[in-house]
Design a protein around this ligand. Structure first.
Ligand SMILES: Nc1ncnc2c1ncn2[C@@H]1O[C@H](COP(=O)(O)OP(=O)(O)OP(=O)(O)O)[C@@H](O)[C@H]1O
Ligand SMILES: [Mg+2]
Length: 233
């Protein structure tokens, strides 16, 4: 298993939000986390990425315990995180934003940019434009591009489709599938539960900080309880 969470307890200050969460991501997979607002989905990603220090449980990445390790060290170990918002530098150009994604390893900047531009040609066309002038969809691509600069071995995505028009949503989900097929395992949190299950191999339903359901995405999609509770009937 590439990533393995066991009994993770985490939250903010004295407030526990995750009450013993178990989760796994294997090489090759897209795994989604769905569930209602406030369920703790973003808290899971922030805890994996070391932004929150868990009070209990274990987190293994590539066979190594990573619980409590700082984000900059996790980036070096191959984990990239695209937060729900504030995920680009608005005053910098597209190209400068991408360079920020590799600031810890300046010798990777050129290769990383080539890789990202080949995957997202629309970003290449806008490379000299400041991020504040990009559309919402382009900004999302840029945020993912920044996270791809160091060729991560695990990509954590928080609500990538939030705020996008249906056309951009489809394009974005297609890109996510392509990135995964290019060899990068992905753990994705999504409001759009139906679409998330459609593009992922396995899924977890998180509710009130606990595992509620889990399984192959195809099975979760046809589960009548999940349909009723989380997929809008
Ligand atoms: N910085 C914070 N300080 C204190 N409580 C927080 C903080 N961030 C989130 N919470 C609380 O933690 C709980 C879980 O939040 P989290 O953001 O993980 O939920 P989520 O499942 O990602 O929800 P959403 O679908 O709305 O993004 C919520 O009750 C939220 O109010
Ligand atoms: Mg969230």
């Amino acid at each position: 298993m590439l990533l393995e969470l066991r009994g993770v307890i985490s939250g903010y200050g004295n407030l526990d939000i995750l009450h013993g969460v178990d989760m796994e991501v294997d090489n090759g997979e897209i795994v989604c986390i769905i569930g209602p607002n406030g369920a703790g989905k973003s808290t899971v990603l922030k805890t994996i990425f070391g932004l929150l220090k868990p009070k209990g449980g274990t987190i293994f990445f590539a066979g190594e315990q990573i619980k409590g390790i700082d984000p900059h060290r996790l980036i070096r170990k191959g984990i990239s995180f695209v937060p729900q918002d504030k995920n680009v530098f608005l005053s910098l150009t597209v190209e400068e934003n991408l360079a920020m994604g590799a600031y810890t390893r300046p010798n990777m900047v050129e290769k990383g940019k080539e890789l990202v531009f080949s995957r997202f040609p629309s970003l290449y066309d806008r490379r000299d434009i400041r991020a504040c002038y990009l559309s919402g969809g382009e900004r999302k691509l840029l945020a993912i591009g920044i996270a791809l600069m160091l060729e991560p071995s695990l990509l954590l995505l928080d609500e990538p489709s939030m705020g996008l028009s249906p056309k951009y949503k489809k394009a974005l989900f297609d890109k996510i599938t392509e990135i995964n097929q290019g060899g990068i395992p992905i753990l994705i949190v999504e409001q759009n539960a139906y679409k998330a299950l459609k593009i992922s191999h396995r899924g977890y339903v998180l509710d009130m900080g606990k595992n509620k359901f889990q399984g192959e995405s195809g099975e979760l999609l046809v589960n009548s309880q999940i349909k009723k509770l989380y997929l809008g009937g």
